[in-house]
Structure formats: C-alpha cells, structure tokens
Design a protein around this ligand. Structure first.
Ligand code: PEP
Length: 246
C-alpha cells in the first residue's frame, strides 16, 4: 500500500481540522493506502479514532522529566499517535535540531512502539556545491552510528530536499529515486537485508496531485510526505486518488 503522510505544520484550528476530517472521513480510497496525518498537537484529538493514522510533528528525546515544552513518545502514544516526524527541515532550521538529536528521538519512539519518520535532505547551497549526496550520507550514517547495526523498529525515511519544500518546484521523480536509492543502500549496507523489510521510503517537497503519479512510478518510492497540498481536503483526496491508482 502506498503511504500518504500529511504534514499540516502550524496550520489549522480545531474547527478547521473538523471540517477537513468531515470531507475526508469514510472515503473508500483510505482503505487502499497507509494514510497518516501530522496535525498540530492542539488538533490531535480531532483525528483520534477517525481511522486515519495519527502522528506528531516532533517528539522529545526524553521519556519524562523537567523538560518544559517537550512532549515524550509515551505521551504521544497516550494521545493516540503511532508516528512522529523527526528532524523535519523546519525543526532543523528553527529549533537547531541535528542528526544526533534525531537519533535520540528515533530511539525514544522505538522504545514507545511508535514509528519515526526521519526527514533528511540537502539545502540549496549544498546542492549547488555538489555536496547533496555527502549531506544525505552524513544524515543517515550519523543516525545509524548512534542506533547500532539493527533497526529497533520500523523506520520511515523521507527525502525532503530543503530547496524543494514549499518552493512550488518539486525534485524530479528521478532525482528523488536516486536519493532514496542512496539512503536505502546506506541502511541495508549497514543493517543487512532484514532491515529492508522494516524500511519505508518517502519523497516530500512541493508535491501536488499533478506530480504525485510520477513519483509513485519510481519503484523505490513507497509514498509521499505532503505539506501544503494536504491542507485542502480536495487536493489531499486528489493526491490519494492518484496514489492508490498509480
Ligand atoms: C514538508 O514540509 O514536509 C513538505 C513536504 O512541504 P510542501 O509539500 O509544502 O513542500
């Protein structure tokens, strides 16, 4: 089944989330994909029990304690989450998250039985300097170095080139496929063939109903992580439609 992950970022009030869910719930296509919504924490309860997968946009690396503002993996599970984004490029940019912190968050999620969606990708300057691959290798290897040679649970890695996110111009399907092949090679090379069964690979960055089909034609791409095109229920459903029939 293809994976359609919707990152709402810091958008939508409770009432807006209810309207979105009203338009989406009950659609038969939902049965044909692994759909996961990452709403703001304030709207998690709206989607809980809806049948859609539920995720948080961030997670604390500690389990509990005096960490003002952090929400832990067990707390997210308690709120109905089965997934969390880790090291989204906006967290890297605005909250100073790095690969080592990402590794701690992934470990915390696995310990609580949640699935991490680890976001990696080079920025425009790195790409222009021909350092895109090196950046990806570092982002993946740093996490694997810290986590050890076995995956402690399911791992979803989203290739989200920073230059594509929110720009209106996605990477080409071929570029995404090449980057994900490199990522897969790093993980399987390190953790062995058994890890492949626990690994899912997404592309994210300015995808739309028009571009979704091309990405899904790449055999290595298991699904899409979608920002702006997921906010409007009609465009989200149009993407879902394309993906389940690709
Ligand atoms: C994202 O931020 O994860 C994302 C993919 O955003 P957009 O689709 O808006 O580029």
């Amino acid at each position: 089944m293809p994976i359609l992950a919707a990152n709402w970022k810091m958008y939508k009030t409770v009432a807006e989330a209810e309207v979105w869910l009203g338009a989406v719930a009950g659609r038969p296509e939902l049965e044909l994909a692994e759909v996961v919504v990452f709403p703001p924490l304030t709207a998690l309860h709206v989607l809980r029990g809806s049948g859609l997968g539920l995720g948080a946009q961030d997670v604390g690396w500690a389990t509990e304690g005096a960490f003002t503002g952090m929400v832990s993996a067990p707390q997210l599970r308690d709120a109905g989450c089965a997934y969390a984004l880790v090291a989204h490029s906006e967290r890297r940019r605005y909250a100073g998250e790095d690969d080592r912190m990402a590794a701690r968050k992934i470990a915390a999620l696995w310990q609580a039985g949640l699935t991490p969606v680890y976001c990696v990708g080079e920025d425009a300057a790195e790409r222009a300097a021909g350092q895109g691959e090196a950046r990806l290798r570092l982002q993946v290897d740093t996490v694997l170095d810290s986590l050890g040679d076995e995956l402690g649970g399911r791992l979803v890695i989203a290739y989200e080139p920073v230059w594509a996110i929110g720009s209106g111009t996605p990477a080409t399907a071929e570029q995404a496929g090449e980057a994900l092949a490199l990522i897969r090679e790093r993980v399987v090379g390190r953790c062995g063939g058994a890890a492949a069964a626990r690994l899912s690979l997404l592309y994210g960055g300015s995808t739309s109903p028009a571009s979704a089909g091309g990405f899904m034609e790449q055999p290595i791409i298991d699904g899409l992580l979608v920002g702006s095109a997921s906010l409007d229920a009609n465009s989200f459903l149009a993407m879902l439609e394309v993906m389940v029939h690709a």
